[in-house]
Design a protein around this ligand. Structure first.
Ligand code: NAG
Ligand code: NAG
Ligand code: NAG
Ligand code: NAG
Ligand code: NAG
Length: 493
C-alpha cells in the first residue's frame, strides 16, 4: 500500500502518466486503475483528491487533470467517460447560509449549552475537540458533535456551489442536537420546539424550497433521531418534534442513530481519530494488525439498573467473573471512559468488544471498537445492521458476532463460551475485515486536507446524492414523491 503514497504525492508524475494514457485513449479505457494504485489488498476504497489545488470557490470550473483515481464502481466508469468535463456534475451541493441562531450562536454560547458541563472544549477544533498531545490525528472527541464536524467538512466539500440551480442536494447546517440538547431536561414543549418552527419557516420561504418541496434537502443531527421525534404534545414526552413538522417530513435526516421512519439515515458516531491523510490510516491499520490482544473480550460501559430489559448488568457480571474479559466501568463521573487513551487501550488489547444496547440501540463504542480492530459483538440488529446501511457491509458475519439479546437474558449464552467456539482462522479473518472498515468510519480532519480518501463523510454525501437522485427521477416519472419519506418502516428493526 505504500505505493499509493508515492502516487498521491507525485501528482506531476501522475499527470504525465495520465496524459500519456489519455493520448493512448484505448489503453486508458481498458486501464485497470487498481493496478496503478498498487492493488487494493487492504480493500480500502480510497480516492486521491480529485482536486489537487483546493479552491472551494472555484468548484464550478474543476481542472480535469486533477482527476487521479477513484473507486472502481459504475460511477467511476461514468467519470472516466466524462474525462475533461465537469467532474462535479451530479455532485454539487448547495449549503444554506442560515441565520446564526441556528448554528454559530450555539457555538458562541457553548458554556451554557448544558447545565452540568461546559461544551466549549468539545466544540473546539471545529467540533473534533481538544487535540491529544503528541498524537497527530487524535482528539478528545465528544459523541454529540457530529453536526459541527459535518458542517466543517461540508465547508471544504469540493463540489460546493453557491448556484443552487446547479445543486443536486441542499444541505441545511442546523445544529439540531446542540439546539434541543439545551432543553431536553425540564423544559416545556414550546421551548423545545421553538427553533424547529422558526428554522422550517425560514427554509420554506427560500426559493430553493419550491424546486422539490424540500425533498432534495438534508440535515445532520449529532444526537439520536428519537430526540427529534416526539410523537405527542405532552410535556412529559421526550425530545422535540422537529422531524414531525410538515416541512421536515419532506427532508432527509442523517444522525448517529436512525428511527424507524424511512427519511432517517444513520451515519457513524465520531471516533477519536481524525486523520488528514490516507497514510495515517494505513499506519494505524498496520499497528492494529500487529497489536497483542491479551483479552478475549472487553466491555466499556455502565449498567442500566432502571431498565428492566437491559442485559448490561448480566454482561458486566460475566465480564467481571471471567479472567479473559477486560472491564472498563463507566459509572457516574467516570471520565476514564472519555479518555481516548484508556478506551483505545482497552479495545486494542481485546479480540472482541461487547456492544449491548444502552439508553438506545446504538453506541459510539461500536465505532471505537472497529477503530481498535476489536471485533464488535452485537445483541440487537438495531445496534448496527439495520442502522449504518451506507457504511457497514451487509456481510455482517464477516466482521461481527451476533448473540441474540434473549439468549443472554435467559442465560442461554455465556459470552466467553460463544466466543471461544469461533475458530482461530475465522477470528483472524474477521479482524482483518474490521480493520478494513476503518477508513469508512472515521471523519477526516478538514483543516489541512490536500489528498483525501473516502471517509465516513464522503460515504454519507454519496448516500444522500444517490437518494435525492432517485427521488428526482421518480418525481419526473410522475410517481408519488412522498414514497420514502416519513413512513414508518416496520421492517427496519
Ligand atoms: C459562496 O458565497 C460566499 C459568500 O458570498 C463565499 O464566502 C463562498 O466562498 C462562496 N462559495 C462558493 C462555493 O462559491
Ligand atoms: C414554557 O416555558 C417557558 C419558559 O420556561 C414559559 O415562558 C412559557 O410560558 C411556557 N409555556 C407553556 C405553554 O407553558
Ligand atoms: C411536501 O411535499 C409535497 C409534494 O410531495 C408538497 O405537496 C407539500 O406541500 C410539501 N410540504 C411542504 C410543507 O412544503
Ligand atoms: C433509577 O431510579 C431511581 C428511582 O426512581 C432514581 O433515583 C435513579 O436516579 C435512577 N438511576 C438511573 C441511573 O437512572
Ligand atoms: C426498510 O428498511 C429496510 C432495512 O433497513 C430497507 O432495506 C428497506 O428498503 C426499507 N423500506 C422502506 C420502504 O424504506
Amino acid at each position: 500500500m505504500e505505493k499509493i503514497l508515492s502516487v498521491g504525492n507525485c501528482h506531476n508524475q501522475l499527470w504525465f502518466v495520465l496524459l500519456i494514457s489519455f493520448l493512448l485513449s484505448l489503453i486508458l479505457l481498458l486501464f485497470d486503475r487498481t493496478a496503478l494504485i498498487g492493488g487494493d489488498q487492504n480493500g480500502i476504497t480510497f480516492l486521491v483528491n480529485n482536486f489537487v489545488n483546493h479552491h472551494p470557490t472555484q468548484t464550478r470550473t474543476p481542472k480535469s487533470f486533477d482527476y487521479v483515481a477513484s473507486t472502481s464502481t459504475t460511477e467511476d466508469k461514468k467519470e472516466t467517460k466524462s474525462f475533461g468535463s465537469d467532474l462535479c456534475s451530479g455532485r454539487y451541493i448547495y449549503m444554506h447560509d442560515l441565520p446564526s441562531q441556528f448554528n454559530d450562536e450555539l457555538l458562541k454560547n457553548c458554556h451554557s449549552l448544558i447545565t452540568w458541563s461546559d461544551m466549549c472544549p468539545a466544540l473546539s477544533n471545529m467540533g473534533l475537540g481538544p487535540r491529544v498531545e503528541n498524537n497527530p490525528g487524535w482528539f478528545v472527541t465528544n459523541q454529540f458533535t457530529l453536526e459541527v464536524i459535518f458542517h466543517n467538512r461540508m465547508k471544504h466539500y469540493k463540489c460546493l456551489t453557491n448556484d443552487s440551480s446547479l445543486a443536486s442536494a441542499v444541505y441545511v447546517p442546523f445544529y439540531a442536537g446542540l439546539d434541543v440538547g439545551r432543553f431536553l431536561w425540564g423544559f416545556n414543549i414550546s421551548v423545545r420546539d421553538a427553533s424547529s418552527y422558526s428554522l422550517l419557516k425560514w427554509l420554506a420561504g427560500k426559493p430553493e424550497w419550491g424546486r422539490m418541496w424540500g425533498r432534495d434537502h438534508f440535515l445532520v443531527g449529532g444526537r439520536i433521531s428519537w430526540d427529534f421525534r416526539r410523537q405527542t404534545d405532552d410535556d412529559s414526552d421526550w425530545g422535540s418534534k422537529l422531524m414531525f413538522l410538515p416541512e421536515s417530513k419532506n427532508m432527509t435526516l442523517l444522525s448517529i442513530e436512525s428511527s424507524s421512519w424511512n427519511n432517517d439515515f444513520a451515519i457513524p458516531y465520531p471516533t477519536y481519530f481524525h486523520p488528514t491523510k490516507i497514510n495515517q490510516v494505513i499506519r494505524w491499520q498496520k499497528k492494529m494488525r500487529k497489536t497483542k490482544r491479551r483479552y478475549l473480550f472487553a466491555f466499556a460501559g455502565a449498567p442500566r439498573p432502571n431498565a428492566t430489559d437491559s442485559i448490561r448488568s448480566e454482561l458486566i457480571d460475566q465480564c467481571k467473573s471471567s479472567p479473559t474479559c477486560n472491564f472498563l466501568g463507566c459509572f457516574d463521573g467516570a471520565s476514564k471512559c472519555d479518555d481516548p487513551a484508556n478506551v483505545m487501550k482497552a479495545f486494542q488489547s481485546s479480540v472482541f468488544c461487547l456492544q449491548p444496547p444502552g439508553d438506545s440501540y446504538t453506541r459510539r463504542s461500536t465505532f471505537d471498537s472497529i477503530l481498535a480492530g476489536c471485533i464488535p459483538v452485537f445483541f440487537h440488529v438495531g445496534s448496527a445492521y439495520a442502522q449504518y446501511l451506507w457504511h457497514l457491509p451487509k456481510t455482517y458475519t464477516e466482521y461481527s458476532v451476533m448473540i441474540p439479546l434473549d439468549d443472554v437474558k435467559e442465560k442461554r449464552a455465556a459470552v466467553n463460551e460463544r466466543l471461544l467456539r469461533i475458530p482461530k482462522n475465522k477470528v483472524l479473518a474477521m479482524r482483518e475485515e474490521v480493520i478494513k472498515l476503518i477508513p469508512r468510519i472515521v471523519y477526516a480532519d478538514s483543516s489541512s486536507r490536500r489528498e483525501t480518501f473516502e471517509d465516513a463523510f464522503d460515504i454519507a454525501v454519496k448516500g444522500v446524492l444517490e437518494r435525492v437522485e432517485r427521488v428526482r427521477r421518480e418525481i419526473e416519472e410522475g410517481e408519488d414523491p412522498s414514497i420514502g419519506f416519513s413512513e414508518l418502516n416496520g421492517t427496519k428493526f
